[in-house]
Design a protein around this ligand. Structure first.
Ligand code: CA
Ligand code: CA
Length: 284
């Protein structure tokens, strides 16, 4: 047997062992992700939405991860811009609409909860889920307005009204090359109760990423209404950039909200593209 083949087998065995647990840096076998920010519909202030998590070497949706929680899991708490504390979580509880289906009660009320307007994400495990912090660029940046316009035109809006809400520079993989995430939203009638979506309305989050020498644009999440009107206007924004599985690569957490609900979806980079791996929704 060749050395390559042998090392391949050793590698496969190591991968199987690793697959039994979180990444070695994680410090616990199940690494749940719970959102406890102000957007969550919650019956108690210290309860948050279980988005899912990482265990057995893969990301699991909330319904798969919920039975693995025994209570007593340790969490580190993060906003978009820094770590804000620690907490211990309960077993998962199943709730009815309009609450998120799976919820976790935190031992302590996270700081700033429902006060600062910050989104707070509780990440299970002892590793640092925020190895790099984002930099916020001007939303008047003409270059990024141009990229947004091009994406919207390609999606069928002939003359898009471009309004950027976030331009975020971050190195997702830690490879020394920065990526840029852009959020843009335009609803002619706004996001209030009873407003209708018009053709030309949109809300998007997209990623600009250098791939093999050229910068590509990838839509991460969003709604684009090129022709038809629709009953529900939803806004999408980047909620946080966190490493949820301890592999050093940041995942993209996108919040969505409409007038009586919302949700958060998690995307990881796979072959240089954002792919949804977890998430939860709530609302009527
Ligand atoms: Ca990078
Ligand atoms: Ca990661």
């Amino acid at each position: 047997m060749s050395i390559c083949r042998l090392s391949g087998l050793v590698g496969a065995a190591a991968a199987v062992l690793l697959a039994l647990f979180c990444h070695p840096a994680a410090g616990q076998a199940v690494c749940p992700v719970v959102e406890v920010g102000k957007w969550i519909y919650s019956p108690e202030p210290n309860m948050g939405a279980l988005l899912g998590g990482f265990s057995g070497g893969r990301f699991l949706e909330a319904k798969e991860l919920a039975p693995l929680l025994t209570g007593g899991e340790k969490y580190r708490l993060y906003t978009m811009t820094g770590e804000v504390g620690t907490a211990t979580g309960s077993k998962a509880q199943v709730l009815e609409n309009p609450y998120p289906e799976h919820m976790v009660q935190m031992s302590t009320e996270p700081p700033f909860f429902r006060k600062s307007g910050a989104n707070i994400f509780a990440v299970g495990g002892e590793f640092n889920a925020q190895p790099r912090l984002p930099e916020f660029l001007s939303t008047d940046h003409e270059t990024y307005q141009g990229f947004a316009a091009a994406l919207l035109k390609q999606a069928g809006i002939a003359k898009p009204k471009v309004r950027l809400t976030q331009v975020i520079r971050i190195d997702l993989e830690g490879d020394g090359v920065d990526e840029v995430l852009v959020a843009a939203t335009h609803y002619a009638q706004g996001l209030q109760v009873g407003t209708r979506v018009r053709p030309g309305d949109y809300s998007i989050v997209f990623l600009r990423k250098l791939v093999e020498g050229r910068v590509e644009t990838h839509l991460v999440a969003g709604d684009i209404f090129a022709k038809k009107a629709a009953p529900l206007a939803t806004e999408f924004r980047v909620g946080a950039l966190l490493d949820l599985d301890g592999d050093g690569v940041l995942e993209i957490l996108v919040n969505s909200r409409y007038y009586e609900g919302g949700g958060t979806q998690v995307y990881r980079l796979q072959n240089q593209r954002p792919v949804r791996v977890l998430g939860a929704d709530w609302g009527a």
